[in-house]
Design a protein around this ligand. Structure first.
Ligand SMILES: O=C(O)CCC(=O)C(=O)O
Ligand SMILES: [Fe+2]
Length: 525
């Protein structure tokens, strides 16, 4: 199985893998140490003999026992020693390959995914690269710092993924770290210098002269002889370009705006930039509400709830988006996760009609589908949703439990299906969504509504509820929403999608058609 990067459960396996490798290496080292000590003591014994001999060579060599032992040492003992030393390095009990069938190892896709996640977080939350490299997220130091090699490898990888803007940023950070490094005299491995040269050359050919120059300077500092290797070819004969500012759009200068991108065009739109702002909490809801938003108690559709009322926090009245506070206890959440974990798989996105479900950088998480009738906790969730909203729960998809690891996200989308072939006609489209938050998230991971200008922070036990459709049954395009990237922590949610067919009395049509209000938003898509 691959996709270790998309959720916390996969990553835990990788940590276990490393644990076992650590144990192996440690055993190996202590065995080696014991052998080394053995060799050392044998060497000391020989040294002692030589000390004795040194005190009076003639006297020493006239003793037949000493002569015999010298002969024997040179004839057999040293050969034996040689064999043992050789054995130590060749017959290593330490081997990674022996574990390949039993332990989890990340694939290249995983490493790429983790690199993308890091870069996504840095750009979504406008993090300072130097800070990220230092292990600091939004002012809080969590992890250990990245070495200059870490940054360099990340830069190289971004380069291979054709994300040239970020390549530049990380290579520069790598050079900065290299400059600050103590002590200065340790020479990087020849392989590292080779790849630095290669990257410098390619950057040069692509026109990023500044970074190429910087990189070359570093290589030369380490190994001045290398200048012999450098023949940058015809490109060197080209006229020197005018220097561009750090923040200038380098890609545009070099490629006339046609730079290949690993990311989809949507992430370059203004709408996407706005969505990222909403994730960062930089925009507040517009004041165009007909009445102010409130937090209130309600008994919903169950008289019993007079005693235990719902705690409703309104986020928007039209479209209707609310949080029900404290709907699920920690104990029940633990049960749900236990049921879900063994079934978790990488999330897919809905294909175009006729297409196949696809893994996508658009949605990085893992999920599992659970049937409500397999556990009373889940039936209770449906009952609570019915009591709160009055909706009929006959046609719900199975509960979808999802987990986002660090960098996991779900880009803006609608939950309703725009193609009728995607849902059974007798069930109707997804009229409403309820997200049960099954965890808190330390930083990031909010559910964002870019058209409505607000984001809801996950809070364990709360339910976020909204209608995806107008009362007229038409799709409400204003409900576009997203799971912002998780910056720190692990995000768990349970999605309930309620379908429309049985809601005739629970949510009757209005006397006028109300969908036209969101046609504008359809145009934006
Ligand atoms: O993760 C979130 O906050 C949103 C999830 C979502 O929109 C979905 O799964 O359809
Ligand atoms: Fe959604």
């Amino acid at each position: 199985a691959t996709d270790y990067f998309s959720s916390i459960t996969g990553l835990e396996q990788l940590l276990q893998t490393e644990q076992i490798l650590m144990r192996d290496l440690s055993t190996h080292l202590s065995k080696s140490k014991a052998r080394l000590q053995q060799l050392e003591s044998e060497l000391s014994a020989i040294e002692l003999e030589h000390e004795l001999a040194g005190k009076g060579m003639e006297n020493y060599l006239t003793n037949p026992v000493n002569v015999y032992r010298l002969m024997k040492r040179l004839r057999t003992d040293w050969t034996e020693l040689e064999a043992r030393v050789q054995q130590m390095s060749s017959r290593m009990p330490f081997s990674i390959a022996q574990h390949h069938h039993t332990l989890s190892f990340p694939s290249q896709e995983d490493v790429d995914g983790a690199a993308l996640a890091l870069v996504r977080l840095q750009s979504t939350y406008k993090l300072d690269v130097a800070q990220v490299a230092a292990g600091i997220l939004n002012g809080i130091k969590y992890g250990t710092a990245m070495s200059w090699q870490d940054c360099f490898v990340l830069g190289q990888q971004l380069f291979e993924m054709e994300d040239y803007n970020n390549t530049k940023v990380w290579l520069r950070e790598s050079m900065e770290r290299l400059r600050q490094r103590q002590p200065h005299h340790i020479l990087p491995e020849a392989g590292t210098l080779n790849s630095m040269e290669l990257v410098a050359k390619t950057l040069f050919q692509m026109g990023d002269f500044d970074t190429a120059y910087e990189l070359s300077q570093r290589v030369l500092e380490f190994d001045p002889k290398r200048i012999r290797n450098w023949h940058l070819g015809d490109k060197a004969a080209q006229p020197t370009p005018t220097r561009v500012d750090e923040d200038d759009d380098w890609a545009e200068n070099v490629w006339g705006g046609h730079l290949p991108k690993h990311s989809d065009p949507y992430s370059l739109t203004e709408e996407f930039a706005h969505y990222e702002k909403v994730c960062r909490g930089e925009v507040g809801p517009s004041a165009a509400q007909e009445r102010p938003l409130r937090c209130r108690y309600a008994r919903g559709h169950n008289t019993f709830r007079l005693l235990a009322p719902f705690k409703i926090e309104e986020h928007s009245l039209d479209p209707y988006v609310v949080t029900y506070h404290d709907m699920l206890s920690v104990e029940k959440i633990v049960e749900l996760k236990q049921m879900a974990v063994p079934r978790m798989q990488r999330s897919t996105v809905n294909p175009l009609p006729g297409g196949q479900l696809k893994k996508s950088a658009f949605r990085v998480s893992k999920n599992a589908w659970l049937a409500y009738n397999t556990h009373p906790t889940m039936l209770g969730m449906l009952q609570d949703l019915h009591d709160a909203s009055g909706l009929d729960m006959t046609y719900c998809e199975q509960l979808q439990v999802a987990n986002y690891g660090v960098g996991g996200h779900y880009e803006p989308h609608w939950d309703f299906f725009r193609d009728e072939s995607h849902y059974p006609a007798e069930e109707g489209n997804r009229i409403a969504t309820a997200i049960f938050y099954l965890s808190d998230v330390e930083q990031g991971g909010a559910t964002a509504f870019p058209f409505l200008n607000f984001a809801v922070k996950p809070q364990l036990g709360n339910v976020l509820f909204w209608y995806n459709l107008h009362r007229s049954s038409d799709m409400d395009y204003r409900t576009k929403h997203a799971g912002c990237p998780v910056l720190k922590g692990s995000k768990w949610i349970g999605n309930v999608w309620i379908h429309e067919a049985t809601q005739t009395f629970a949510r009757p049509c209005d006397v006028y058609r109300d969908h036209e209000i969101s046609l504008d938003y359809e145009a934006i898509k």
